[in-house]
Design a binder for this molecule. Structure first.
Ligand code: GLV
Length: 319
């Protein structure tokens, strides 16, 4: 029997699955586990099931000890994990791809609709109690049909977002490290371009790339200036891909028309400049937040953990 530490609350089904074979120490409070408490609890663990809010670095791996075999992140993004530090120590790191693709693409479309149709503004107006009535020019937004969606990062979530956007009558272009499957590209009518072209041509830019040194502030003042002044920027990937201060200023100056953000540079803090603006939709990192998806993510993390502890290849290794 091995010792599994779970760093935050996850659906019971996953805990039950782990507990059937191992001793499980799961953090149960709705508050995040503090760093000191986390370092104390991981000592002697064979497996750590981590949430994206916890930093898994050399300090933590050393605090756990040399018996640690696996870090199973309950997220597709793994910028919270120092993967090379895991690899150096022979620790397997895993994530939860695929199971959250549809939920995250749904949120991207939700943000696109909210931003282009000004749904947040409308909601705030009604709740404020201000008088309103139907008007020919009241809260006009922009249509999606015939517009161009530029997808940055055409992995599973980017492709799922493209598929939805196509159903809304949009044209798809994308920037990605590699060409996508030609059959899928043909089905979506998607053309690969470089980032400069994507930024200048797109009516909506949606970010779906992983976060790391190569994508830190990928969208900054210069890139925002290259976008159309009628364009919208959507981010369901990771906050620091956008320079938030530059975005606040571009939105304030009317350099772009609007934005929809599910993720932020310094979560849970949101740049104060964004909070003052009407033309940005702000939602609190809800990309995978459905009961079904969170359960599937936790079950996949449990499967990854059990596989490594059983000396088998896990379903979704990172390293
Ligand atoms: C959520 O942000 C994830 O990476 O799964």
């Amino acid at each position: 029997m091995s010792r599994v530490v779970v760093t935050g609350r996850v659906p019971d089904a996953a805990i039950d699955k782990l507990r059937a074979e191992h001793e499980v120490d799961a953090w149960q409070s709705p508050e995040s586990i503090g760093r000191e408490e986390l370092l104390r609890r991981v000592a002697g663990a064979d497996a750590v099931v981590s949430l994206l809010t916890e930093r898994i670095d050399s300090e933590l791996l050393d605090a756990a000890g040399p018996q640690l075999k696996v870090v199973a992140n309950v997220a597709v993004g793994y910028d919270n994990i120092d993967v090379p530090a895991c690899t150096e120590r022979g620790i397997v790191a895993t994530n939860t791809p695929d199971v959250l693709t549809d939920a995250t693409a749904d949120i991207a479309l939700g943000l696109i609709l909210m931003a282009t149709r000004r749904l947040g503004e409308g909601e705030r107006l009604i709740r404020s109690g201000q008088p309103w009535k139907w008007g020919m020019f009241f809260l006009l937004g922009n249509s999606l049909h015939g517009k161009t969606l530029g997808i940055v990062g055409m992995g599973g979530i980017g492709q799922a977002t493209a598929r939805r956007a196509k159903a809304f009558g949009m044209e798809i272009i994308y920037q990605s490290r590699s060409e996508i499957d030609p059959g899928i590209a043909a089905e979506l009518g998607a053309r690969r371009v470089d980032l400069d072209e994507l930024l200048t041509v797109s009516d909506i830019v949606s970010l779906h790339c992983p976060y790391g040194p190569a994508t830190h502030h990928l969208i900054g003042a210069e890139q925002l200036a290259a976008m159309k002044d009628s364009a919208y920027l959507i981010n369901t990937a990771r906050g620091p891909i956008i320079d938030e201060a530059a975005l606040a200023s571009a939105l304030r100056e009317g350099q772009i028309s609007g934005a929809g953000l599910d993720v932020f540079e310094n979560e849970p803090r949101v740049h104060p400049g964004l909070l003052e603006l009407e033309n940005v939709v702000l939602v609190p990192h809800l990309g995978s937040a459905t009961v079904e998806t969170r359960t599937a993510m936790a079950m996949l993390a449990a499967d990854n953990t059990l596989a490594v502890l059983g000396d088998e290849r896990p379903p979704s290794p990172i390293n």
